[in-house]
Design a protein around this ligand. Structure first.
Ligand SMILES: Cc1cc2nc3c(=O)[nH]c(=O)nc-3n(C[C@H](O)[C@H](O)[C@H](O)COP(=O)(O)O)c2cc1C
Length: 207
């Protein structure tokens, strides 16, 4: 499937064929596409919880607006933001910068830029680091869903969930780490409805 075909094939799938598993290799590829996705300053500010147990899916569903995707999917991913780890000055931030092969002076410049740039934005906004990390998780989620579509695999991004309820089940404290997005993957039961999109002229202006 070429890229545009995949974009048309992908839709927010509401019911998956229960019991139809995504082959392991393809599922690993979906994860790899997430891992290879870009992140600001290369900070990789999110991680994934992979839910494959039917029992855990059943437990989560009432906290996810009772959406059928949660229990009918083959695999469910929870995107978790590293709110605390990515705060300027943390050992994690230093480790992430140190991976880049650059001289110490350059490293110092990046560490300072990171602290100044993000520190200023975070002032007076207690959820800043979570929100910043979530934006980047969404980039990876988009890539993963489109890649999945190229392989004929359906998906649904899910924001409709009770964050604190889901975090409690998954053992997240909601402060240092937060559950910001769920994406379910599997195979569609129904044909997708016609796409509803604004015309190009309404979303795009040439200057
Ligand atoms: C961040 C985000 C959160 C979403 N949350 C839900 C959700 O909780 N449940 C759902 O059925 N669809 C959800 N959707 C799917 C959208 O409703 C859907 O993408 C949109 O209506 C366009 O339709 P299409 O993706 O089928 O083309 C979400 C989409 C995004 C991008």
């Amino acid at each position: 499937m070429d890229f545009l075909e995949a974009m048309n094939f992908r839709h927010a799938c509401k019911i998956f064929k229960e019991g139809e598993k995504i082959p392991e290799k393809l599922f690993e590829n979906i994860l790899e596409v997430g891992r290879l996705s870009p992140s600001s300053f290369g900070m990789e500010p999110w991680e994934l919880l992979v839910v494959q147990s039917q029992e855990l899916k059943e437990t989560l569903r009432p906290f996810c607006w009772n959406q059928v995707q949660i229990t009918s999917c083959s695999d469910l991913l929870v995107f978790v933001t590293k709110n605390k780890l990515i705060e300027p000055g943390s050992a994690y931030v230093e480790k992430m910068f140190k991976r880049k092969d650059m001289p110490q002076e350059m490293l110092d410049v990046y560490v300072k830029l990171y602290a100044d740039f993000l520190g200023a934005k975070a002032e007076g906004n207690p959820s800043f680091y979570k929100d910043w990390a979530a934006k980047q998780a969404y980039i990876a989620a988009g890539n993963m869903m489109t890649y999945a579509a190229t392989e004929g695999i359906d998906s649904c991004p899910i924001e409709g969930f009770d964050q604190s309820g889901v975090e409690k089940i998954l053992g997240l404290d909601g402060k240092e780490k937060s559950a910001v997005l769920i994406v379910t993957f599997g195979y569609r039961v129904n044909e997708q409805p016609a796409k509803t999109r604004l015309p190009m002229s309404e979303i795009c202006r040439y200057l």
